[in-house]
Design a protein around this ligand. Structure first.
Ligand code: DI6
Ligand code: FE
Length: 399
């Protein structure tokens, strides 16, 4: 078999099947950006490779996937962080015109170029740890032009760097001040104007909302989801982060790719997610940063067979985190996820949360050749260490 490149003498965590899919003496071969073989060297077809890379026994995993970020935004909220340290709550700060709306002001004032420039260092930090695909949400523009500007900036990240970018329209993230007291009017704008326009421009791969007492109600969320359905876009939801709004069950009714956060998820929500195959995306960085004490119902999710993903939720207000490895460590330490669950959470289940399970997330013939090559003795090291980065090399689309 002719191919462009072979990585040989590697140990593989293919992430195929229910566990890590470990191959002790493995190789990966790529042609035209796709994996053509990943598995035991002894069972590989005869390979006529243009380039052979010796991995000296290093581990190869699928390139990591950060399936929930707000990477594109302007400004920061360090001052609010100080206020919270002095005792103010997130809800109080939001109520006083801070919070998401303060980032909205900075984002509206920024140009598309500014947004790209400020997101790139955050993206580079993720890339440096082996991330090969990110999701990026809008939701700090909160008017049609600013939401479009954010999504264009997000798409451009995938041009500036060798990384896959999935964009999500999150117009229903917070109520902009010009709609104060008129949330239904704003939802009508999101569902009736913004979403169709953004769909026309091909700028969104999915649609999200913040279903919360400080966000939007389940009924308002349903209106956004109806519009997404009309546009032919899959949905996901910020659900049950601060309170139980039964958002996960609603999302499941719409066949959502994922429901995210889920600290306050109940049994009915879990059953609905299991039935619809909706991924539970856990965001331990936000849990940690908000000093949340209510744990997501991990054991019940496990028992119900709901796939679990882990992401950074990188955002200026509740999770200023640009390390997916640290998110994995927090998933294990704070949520008691196993090493296999943490690794699956940033590979095959994260791919599924983006609707991309057919093209990324495992080491398998036919998938895009996105690899992370690690200087480690065992995969547990990826989860165990805090603040160290054992990445040896990162391959996106075969290069
Ligand atoms: N939940 C979150 O954790 C972020 N958005 C959301 O709906 C917070 C965004 C922010 O505070 O800027
Ligand atoms: Fe979020």
């Amino acid at each position: 078999m002719r191919c462009d490149r072979v990585w040989r003498d590697a140990r593989l965590a293919t992430m195929v099947g229910g566990d890590m899919g470990v191959v002790e003496r493995g190789l990966v071969a790529a042609q035209d950006g796709l994996i053509v073989y990943a598995g035991p060297a002894a069972e590989a077809p005869a390979l006529d490779a243009a380039e052979i890379i010796d991995c000296d026994g290093r581990w190869i995993t699928p390139g990591l996937i950060d399936c929930h970020t707000h990477l594109v935004h302007a400004g920061d909220r360090a001052r609010e962080f100080e206020l919270r340290l002095e005792g103010a709550s997130y809800e109080e700060i939001a109520g006083a015109g801070g919070g998401i709306v303060s980032t909205m002001r900075a984002t509206r004032d920024a140009s598309e170029d500014d947004l790209v420039a400020s997101a790139l260092p955050r993206l580079d930090a993720l890339i440096a740890e082996g991330v090969t695909t990110i999701e990026v949400k809008s939701g700090y523009g909160l008017d049609t032009d600013s939401e479009i500007k954010m999504l264009r900036a997000a798409r451009r990240l995938g041009v500036e760097r060798r990384v896959g970018v999935s964009t999500t329209f999150l117009g229903a993230h917070a109520l902009p001040p010009e709609y104060a007291g008129a949330p239904d009017g704003y939802i009508a704008l999101v569902a009736g104007t913004m979403l169709p326009e953004i769909t026309c421009l091909g700028l969104a791969d999915a649609v999200d909302a913040f279903c919360e007492n400080i966000g939007f109600s389940a009924q308002q969320t349903a209106q956004v989801f109806d519009a997404a359905r009309r546009a032919g876009l899959p949905v996901k939801l910020h659900a049950e982060q601060l309170s139980n709004q039964h958002g996960a069950a609603l999302a499941a009714q719409y066949g959502a790719l994922s429901a995210d956060h889920l600290e306050h998820l109940d049994d009915a929500g879990i059953a609905a997610m299991a039935a619809s195959g909706t991924v539970a995306t856990l965001l331990p960085g936000a849990y940690y940063f908000m000093r949340e004490t209510k744990l997501p119902p991990i054991e019940s999710l496990r028992r119900a067979g709901v796939p679990i993903a882990i992401a950074t939720d990188c955002n200026p207000g509740t999770s200023p985190l640009t390390s997916l490895l640290l998110a994995m460590n927090m998933g294990a330490t704070l949520f008691r996820l196993t090493v296999t669950e943490c690794l699956a959470g940033v590979t095959r289940n994260a791919a599924r949360a983006l609707g991309l399970a057919d093209s990324i997330g495992t080491l398998e013939a036919g998938k895009r050749c996105d690899l992370a090559i690690w200087d480690i003795e065992r995969p547990a090291e990826l989860v165990y260490r805090m603040g160290s980065n054992p990445l040896h090399a990162r391959i996106w689309s075969g290069r």
